[in-house]
Each structure stands twice: as structure tokens, then as C-alpha cells.
Design a protein around this ligand. Structure first.
Ligand code: FES
Length: 123
């Protein structure tokens, strides 16, 4: 009698284990499908005329464009060596420039962060 009871409990345990494994696999598949379906956030781009298009790095625009702006010397809004003409897009000024800049048409790559994709031209 005890042998039958042990066999029945063993079979019940096996069935329960299989059921739990099935639930775990289903949950894993559901999580994986949700992750795959999530949209990838668009990375803003900066187009620098005559140079190319680049994915915007975090922080000021000079982080992205430093190798294309060899006259950018101060990184503090003083020298004007990173001045660009803004053709389209929006920026946020993170510091007030010392050098003279018409903010309605120009930006300083060392003092501005992108608010989306931009098009600029070297000055
Ligand atoms: S690097 Fe000098 S003003 Fe931007």
C-alpha cells in the first residue's frame, strides 16, 4: 500500500513539476516578446554640412563634433572656434557665451545641447 502511495505521489510531483516548468517557459516567452516589440528610441543626429551626419553624443555638441572643429580651443564659450550656423533643429544653451553670437542664427558647439536632430554649417 505504501509503495502505491509513493508511486502516486511521485507521479503527482512529476506532473506538478512539468506544469510549473510550462508556466515558467510561457512567462519567459511573454517577457521576450514584449522586449522585442518595444520601440527603440530614435537617436538624434547632427548633420554638419560638408562633413557628414553623426549620432549625437550626450552633453554639448562639441562632444560629437570635436574632430571637425579644430579651432574649438576654450570649450567655454570664449573663443568662438566652435561657432556653427544652425540651419534646422533646436538646441538648449547650457551657458551664456562670452564671445559674440547671434543666437537666432548661430550656436556654439561647446555651449549647446541638441534637442532632437540638427542641421548645421561651419562658419
Ligand atoms: S570652443 Fe571656444 S567658444 Fe566653443
Amino acid at each position: 500500500m505504501a509503495t502505491y502511495l509513493i508511486i502516486i505521489l511521485g507521479i503527482a510531483g512529476l506532473i506538478g513539476g512539468l506544469a510549473l516548468t510550462g508556466v515558467g517557459v510561457a512567462a519567459l516567452m511573454h517577457h521576450r516578446r514584449r522586449r522585442e516589440a518595444a520601440p527603440t528610441p530614435a537617436v538624434p543626429k547632427i548633420t554638419l554640412e560638408g562633413k557628414g551626419e553623426f549620432a549625437v553624443e550626450p552633453g554639448v555638441l562639441l562632444n560629437t563634433l570635436w574632430e571637425h572643429l579644430p579651432d574649438a580651443a576654450c570649450q567655454a564659450g570664449e573663443c568662438g572656434g566652435c561657432k556653427l550656423r544652425l540651419l534646422s533643429g533646436e538646441v538648449a544653451w547650457i551657458r551664456d557665451p562670452v564671445t559674440e553670437v547671434d543666437r537666432s542664427t548661430h550656436i556654439l558647439a561647446c555651449s549647446c545641447e541638441a534637442r532632437g536632430s540638427l542641421r548645421c554649417a561651419p562658419v
